[in-house]
Write a protein that binds this ligand. Structure first.
Ligand SMILES: [Zn+2]
Length: 221
């Protein structure tokens, strides 16, 4: 199921994996356990080094010689294996400009999801990222693995891809509060159905977002 928004085609490939087509270019976010794809990636954006976001096996499914890889510095050891590809290592706040798209890396971290007492799954100091990618008039925010954090207020994307599963990321209730801060036109829930969370977490947002925000629930392809 492809979601069309103006000149963008957005496909959810499960978990945090998305394919976005814009003017014949293909951007993939966090490919993980994806089905074979017809289209090779022009850009692959990786949010952080956990196995369900940085998956060399899945990168290989959509990689060509011309694919540009963009990831936080913590992914360097894994990504240097893709010797022929251009790579950019980013931290929150970094911006990259390409022919048709702009990429801004933004903060992604936990404030209250702990794997041990006092230790969160995604510490701020790791400099893991989310992305705001601008395609002409439209921008897409891929939040990565994050809680509801204050930096979200300044992003002002058209479309926000937000985790809803809880455990490692925002809960569905926290995603609603995050959406109120972000104020996108559209929210597309993610981070459910594969490792943790179910479609019920996405459905929970129905009727609970401010009325100016449209909720779009996709089926994984
Ligand atoms: Zn993670």
């Amino acid at each position: 199921m492809v979601y069309n928004y103006k000149d963008l085609k957005i496909t959810w490939l499960g978990h945090d994996s998305f394919k976005v087509e814009y003017k014949g270019k293909y951007v993939y976010f966090d490919p993980y356990k994806i089905k074979p794809q017809k289209e090779k990636a022009d850009y692959i954006l990786i949010s952080h080094n956990h196995f369900d976001h940085l998956s060399p096996e899945d990168i290989n499914k959509v990689l060509s010689k011309g694919t540009v890889l963009i990831a936080p510095t913590e992914c360097k050891d894994e990504l240097e294996k893709f010797k022929e590809n251009k790579k950019y290592y980013v931290k929150p706040g970094d911006e990259l400009s390409f022919d048709l798209i702009k990429v801004k890396a933004v903060n992604a971290y936990n404030v209250n999801k702990f794997r041990a007492p006092g230790v969160v799954f995604h510490p701020k100091e790791d400099n893991k990222v989310g992305y705001v990618v601008t395609f002409g008039e439209t921008s897409i925010y891929h939040a990565g693995d994050t809680d509801h954090i204050p930096e979200m207020k300044n992003l002002k994307p058209t479309i926000a891809l937000l985790p809803v599963s809880g455990t490692y990321v925002m809960t569905k209730e926290e995603a609603i509060e995050a959406a109120k801060d972000i104020k996108p036109k559209i929210v597309i829930p993610m981070h459910y159905g594969t490792i943790v969370g179910s479609e019920a977490d996405a459905e929970y947002l129905k009727g609970k977002l401010p009325k100016e925000i449209e909720l779009v629930i996709l089926k994984p392809e």
